[in-house]
Design a binder for this molecule. Structure first.
Ligand code: HSE
Length: 309
């Protein structure tokens, strides 16, 4: 194989109660990337469209991952990378994670698959480190594995893939404001009251139970975040308005996607999701803040191959 074109999905990290440990992948939003073998043993970026991102191979999440993989598994070829961003960086939908996970997956294919999915997740975490300063796993693991994932442990890294109830859909709104992950992490409490922690970890257990049993009521009851959402929501204009509109439209619940500013709502079924989309669209149109929205099924496959030759 000389060239591979892949799709790498956007992701929702945290999923309300699961700060830094739960993630899910979205079907209809993501990056398209092309990796072409070259005769020299260098990594270069040919083209980036859809976003203003660094061409410096040590500062770009995708090329940094490719470099690390070729260092670990030397090859007799180099790589030229083209990145077509399908959504904006800084959205809270795992933009750097999509590029990092896409690179890990594609380079592994071109190397004849020497690495496991867990190893690919670790390489992709290096891309997160380059792009955002922390090697967070929740977005990249969801992009690589698809579906819902639990980062059960960081050291050593353990990822558990969770089932996806078939009628579950996501609606998300991206208000055009900037929330830096670094700033969103600085507002987090360093200590948590035990009573809140009990509710939070019970909700994580409830959510996972609901995913395994297709129990949408249990999922809805578990999508509550007592710790991170209250500390971060002031960074997102009209967060409560969106959440109310989503719930009024029939959503199971809504929360902050990753570190924001995107707000996501999980819904049972397409009709409800369309209703939630309409409700959120209507209320946000009155705020005077620009926004984009997406309605999608959950991506269950992770990174996928579009073409290879
Ligand atoms: N779990 C991370 C956070 C996602 O919420 O800070 C952002 O990379």
């Amino acid at each position: 194989m000389n060239e591979i074109k892949i799709f790498s999905p956007a992701t929702v990290a945290n999923i309300s109660c699961g700060f830094d440990c739960l993630g899910l992948a979205i079907n209809d939003l993501g990056d398209t990337m092309v990796f072409t073998k070259t005769d020299d043993q260098k990594v270069s970026i040919k083209e980036i469209t859809g976003a203003n991102l660094p061409y410096d191979i040590h500062k770009n999440a995708a090329s940094a991952v490719a470099l690390a993989m070729l260092q670990k598994h030397p090859a007799d070829f180099g790589l030229e990378v083209s990145i077509h961003k399908g959504f904006e960086p800084g959205s809270g939908l795992g933009s750097s994670a999509a590029s990092a996970a896409g690179a890990a997956f594609a380079v592994n294919e071109l190397l004849d698959k020497p690495f496991s999915q867990l190893e690919l997740t670790k390489f992709a975490m290096l891309g997160e480190q380059v792009a955002c300063g922390s090697p967070i796993a929740d977005n990249v693991a969801a992009a690589i594995h698809g579906g819902f994932i639990l980062v059960q442990q960081y050291d050593p890294l353990k990822i558990i893939k969770l089932p996806v109830p078939s009628e579950l859909e996501v609606v998300a709104i991206h208000p055009q404001v900037t929330v830096k992950t670094k700033d969103a992490r600085e507002v987090l409490p360093q200590n948590v009251p035990l009573a809140d922690a009990v509710i939070q970890w019970a909700n994580v257990g409830g959510l996972i139970s609901g995913l395994y049993t297709n129990d949408y009521e249990v999922i809805a009851n578990s999508l509550e975040d007592l710790i991170v959402e209250p500390a971060r929501k002031h960074l997102i204009p009209h967060f409560d308005l969106v959440k109310e509109a989503a719930i009024r439209g029939g959503a199971l619940n809504a929360g902050i996607s990753g570190s924001g500013p995107t707000i996501f709502a999980l819904c049972k079924g397409s009709e409800t999701a369309k209703n939630v989309f309409k409700n959120i669209n209507e209320v946000y149109a009155n705020t005077g803040i620009d926004f984009t929205m997406v309605h999608s099924k959950i991506n269950t496959q992770g990174v996928t191959i579009l073409e290879k030759n």
